[in-house]
Design a protein around this ligand. Sequence first.
Ligand code: KG4
Ligand code: ZN
Length: 336
Amino acid sequence: EDDIFILALESSCDETAASVTKNGLEVLSNVVSSQVELHKKFGGVVPEIASRKHLELLLPVIDEALEKAGLEFADLDAVAATYGPGLVGGLLVGLTAAKAISLSLEIPLIAVNHIAGHIYANFIDNPEIKKPLICLTISGGHTDLLYFEDLKGYEILGRTRDDAAGEAFDKIARYMGLGYPGGPAIEKAAQNGNPEAVDFPRAVMNDNSFDFSFSGLKTAVMNYINNQKQKNIKINKADLAASFQEAVIDSLSSKLLEAVEKYNIKSVVLSGGVAANQRLREIVASKMKELEIDFYYPSLELCTDNAAMIGAVAYYQYLDRDFASLAISADPSLKL
Ligand code: KG4
Ligand code: ZN
């Protein structure tokens, strides 16, 4: 009877999602209705279309999540929704629905940060993960190094001072004419390249911080390309992609390693889109193996946007009585 059932909603981008979780990390249902096909012909997510689609899909998705969990509205202990960061129209659809459910069922409303959701997705896959742990969150908008004593909260050790890691991949890929999203395009182009072909700078912070910086590297790559063009030297795209990728991975993994050495931790976790990078995974995996530290990255299903990860965060907020008032609004540029 002490089990806590939370209905969680996610609608920050182009996935309409609802999930029921039991005691945080046990996922009873995880329904995701993707709008990807709808937006494809426009070459990206169209916010107006996305919010209208969320409005249309959300209630059926909630019904399906409850049905798959074998529960009814009356069984719920709390309702959670992503309130940022993301597209304001979509966020408002999920948050408003959660408010209505909270009000009518007289259960707490929990407002969840989407980025925290991506991090907690790891803990759903690996509930037995040993703590304390360090998590490196690397996406198109974030580069955050986090310390978790337990799963109840985190301390930010470092973050990027300029571009996010994924943003650097996207910008350089565009500059090289490799298309969007840049990360997978660079990784593919780098496959047959020599990572030591061009010696790009690794940003060094001389202040003992765990912060990152990628704008210097970005400028160096652009200067290199322009220089070669001026000299009429043909650029080897594979070598260039591999050298750039290596510089990013080197910056990420060396900072991560420094933090691992300083803090007495048991596990290291990657999250965010850049965590899909195979070379990064291999390099971190081999270093953690040497140090005998457990290493995890998320499964594909929980890596992309979903509501189970929102439910996981919501459970720990529930334990803390960290509830939102009905007056809360969406925050499109919410930080971690
Ligand atoms: O977490 P995510 O899917 O979305 C948010 O930004 O919230 O991350 C997307 C980012 C993009 O910048 C993309 O280029 C990068 O992750 N990315 C990669 C790879 N796959 C996606 N970066 C490097 N290597 C990859 N294989
Ligand atoms: Zn996301």
